[in-house]
Design a protein. Sequence first.
Length: 398
Amino acid sequence: MSIEENKEELKQNDNNLSDKDDDLLKNLKITINDKTTKEPENEIKIDENKKEEEINNKYIKKYKSNDSRLYGITFQSSIESNLINFAVSSLNISKDNNITLLSFKQEELDEEEEEGETNLNNIINTQINPIKLKSQVKCEFPVSSILFSPHEENKNLLISTSDILSLYSYEEEQLNLKVAFKRRTKDYNGPLTSSDWSRANKAIIGVSSVDGTCSIWDLNKLVEKYMIIAHDKEVYDISLGQDEFIFMSTGADGSVRLFDSRQANSSSIIFETRDESPMTRLKWNLVNPNFILTVIVDKNEIYILDQRKLSAPYGILKVHTNVVNNAIWAPQSNSNLISVSDDKSALLWDIYCDSKKPEEFIMKYEAEYEIENVAWGDVTQNWIGIIDGNQAEILRIQ
């Protein structure tokens, strides 16, 4: 079923959100095509005449690692003195790994823009505003995910998953390991695949594992609160909701499952692929929690699910010409998402697009190598980070 066929019904259903949610949507929603809607102050502005052009004319910053294949990327949820901090992690199989903290100032980019500096090569190679390496820590095993806290109160905390869950703190220009967590039982102690930070409780973290389990950790007590056997096969991703006890997971069995950690012995299967194809990525839209996106392993498809109507996907985005590696929702929108693929492209979508072909992307960026990962910061809303090969590219859209 196409997005166009479901669009009007879903828009009407969204009117049933609570007043609080409705106010949130009015303040944060990106309105790309609706020219009659008042533009939010924090809107990411996209030139209507340049929807399908590559965004190479926007500002791009690059960091290249000399000795590592990069994989993880995350933005710190804070901007101080116009300084943007972000972290990347490596995925080396045969040698040691690392987590690297980097930063750059966006103020100087604004000045360049006002002065009309638009030459892309000059922007990438400029020494006026380089990306700076601030701190680096070594890890023995490949890092499957890194994530800064989304909360202002503990914005300097970062978690990583590999063979174990680790908690780092960024203090005095250094990234330091605080805790390497130990799981309750040796029977379920497989490598970890992904993690998510609760938006409802700054101390709650969810982690998925290849051993079929999901774990909920309490940073205040530094313990594993719950360990749930979530799937019969590997769990590849976990996504926490607006309630600290509710989360979803997906993995090798091709299902999306909904859990309440207070009732660990039960779950609901809310979606399954017809051929049981594994799903590698799962993201809950936190502006409108009715929306879920999933990525199918080794396919060029992104499934958009609507919890109010799960008999069939709300839409399937199938434009990438090679495997989709990740897709994430815009943090301030109920309808925008970005996807990255082995076809070397990053595509920006609006599932409420009013064009005649709503399943076409609205912006595109072509990278040098296959793009494996993507991040979109809660606070740094006009910056998107992608990982391709041994480099991180930070793309500015406005």
